[in-house]
Design a protein around this ligand. Structure first.
Ligand code: ASP
Length: 319
């Protein structure tokens, strides 16, 4: 089944295929969308807050002609509050929908869900673990805006420890050659060792660069992130990390004319608002690319066979 649990599952060919498919979806969007998923239902099951991921997944399904059922605060407004396990919730919802988009606060939750689901699970983030579909739209953004996904210098800035989008992005970039990553992080939020080692094992040059200006001068992409306040055990560590690296007009003046600034958003002060008018500020365009990329992902998952016996049969006979 075509679950999307980890960005590691996409090899180079799968990534290039997905970029091409998303570009096809972008053209289809310009013509008003498609009707390929008419009669199909997507469930969005979100145990953590979301704006872009949930709404762009919902928009993507609607633009494919499908329909959507959704719970946006499942931690409080689903039976989880009554003590229902994630596995039981998934078993139930898999009888209501053809695909489930799941965001959860625990690392590994999407993999647990996939083990019991009879329909594809698309992870929309599992705690501080991964955010694979964000990485795919980030790759698409780089491809469209920089014009290539190889031979790139990417400055990863901010919370590289808890920032799940960074982990998935590193896995995706590791599939391509000539990648150099400059890690610009407060000392309390370094890139996790396992993520760094994965990249290095795939031929990526990973360097620590505490000076954001120096990194920005050579980067094709400055990938800024929010310090993930909700994940810190220590308020003092959060205060140390917050506000250390800011993308502002001064930084833009150090950047090359053909580079871009990305951010998975939301921002919490780490990109100054007066950067928005600069053509290199790609982060709002990045949010919009989420729709064609998620359309491509939904098509890919929904084409795959649903496992096990169908919930509904064409016969009305009582068994
Ligand atoms: N929206 C992204 C995420 O859910 C980034 C963030 O929250 O800072 O991981």
């Amino acid at each position: 089944m075509r679950h999307v649990i980890s960005a590691k599952a996409f090899d180079r060919d799968a990534l290039l295929g997905l970029l091409a498919e998303a570009a096809r979806m972008q053209v289809a969007l310009g013509r008003g969308g498609l009707r390929t998923q008419d009669g199909k239902v997507m469930a969005a099951l979100f145990f953590e807050p979301s704006t872009r991921t949930r709404l762009s997944f919902e928009a993507a399904m609607l633009r494919l002609g499908g329909q959507v059922i959704s719970t946006e605060n499942a931690r409080e407004f689903s039976s989880a509050i009554k003590g229902e396990t994630l596995e039981d919730t998934i078993r139930v919802v898999a009888g209501y929908a053809d695909v489930i988009v799941l965001r959860h606060h625990e690392v590994g939750a999407a993999a647990r869900a996939a083990r019991v689901s009879r329909v594809p699970i698309l992870s929309a983030g599992d705690g501080a673990g991964e955010h694979p579909t964000q990485a795919l739209l980030d790759l698409y953004t780089v491809w469209r805006e920089v014009g290539r996904v190889e031979d790139l210098t990417v400055a990863l800035v901010g919370d590289l420890l808890y920032g799940r989008t960074v982990h998935s992005l590193v896995y995706v970039l590791s599939r391509f050659s000539g990648i150099r990553l400059l890690c610009v992080a407060p000392d309390v939020t370094p890139l996790p060792a396992d993520v760094r080692e994965y990249a290095a094992a795939h031929g990526v040059r990973v360097e620590v660069e505490p000076d954001l200006h120096k990194a920005a001068q050579v980067a094709d992409v400055v990938y800024q992130t929010r310090v993930q306040k909700e994940r810190f055990a220590s308020a003092a560590d959060y205060e140390r990390a917050r506000g250390q690296y800011i993308v502002d007009r001064g930084l833009l003046s150090a950047m090359r004319a053909d580079s871009i600034v990305m951010h998975p958003l939301p921002r919490a002060g780490e990109v100054a608002p007066d950067v928005d008018d600069d053509p290199r500020a790609a982060y709002f365009r990045q949010t919009h690319y989420g729709v064609p990329v998620r359309m491509a992902l939904l098509e890919r998952s929904l084409q795959a066979q649903v496992a096990g016996e169908p919930v509904w049969s064409e016969s009305a006979e009582v068994q």
